[in-house]
Design a protein around this ligand. Sequence first.
Ligand SMILES: [Zn+2]
Length: 229
Amino acid sequence: MPEGKNAVIEDVLFCGRRLVPFVDDGNEFVADAKSIVALRDMQQAAADCGLKIAVCSAYRSFERQFEIFKDKFEGRRPVLAPDESVIDISALSCVEKIKAITFFSAIPGLSRHHLGTDFDLYAPELLPAGQRLQLTYHEYDKGAYFYPLGQFLQTRAHAFGFFHPFWHNKGWQGGAEPWHLSYRIRAQELLSDFSFEVFCSLYQDKHEDFVPELISFSRKNYRKLLCMC
Ligand SMILES: [Zn+2]
């Protein structure tokens, strides 16, 4: 890739990473450079076993995550219950809405996708024709189409330095996400620099009603939400 295209993207959170663009299965993404190398090695090992693994999400900016969160809070995107059914949050209190959304969606500024070390993966050749990718854990059940992908990731990903931060269903702070892999060593390096004050500074120009409650909730829960402990 020419140097000019190898743009370094910086923002104030986790600024120690080196984010670079890459193309995977014809789609463009951005991620931490060292994490991409590890991802490529894992994809090659899977390909050697006849399994094509592709990326559906990599680095995500604070602003993009804020849009997603706001859309959910204000009812423009569905919010899922722990059993993955759609729930109506309109009658809930502010903090209850935040808890409901954070079961499957990160708080802006507390998404591991901000690190650039985390990827959502899928197996395009296992997805049945006409089936839209859902990113639900039922796709990984025994007998379901992504079961072989789940088995590969569970047994082989650690050999390439990856782990599943959201594998187990741990209650409200996060649902099971068998598709979400994190390049552990880089993620830990970057998370060790996390500053709650910098996180708060990202909200300085955000004036939505839910922001004070969101910051207060985040202060109590950011370590769990980022899987720092
Ligand atoms: Zn993810």
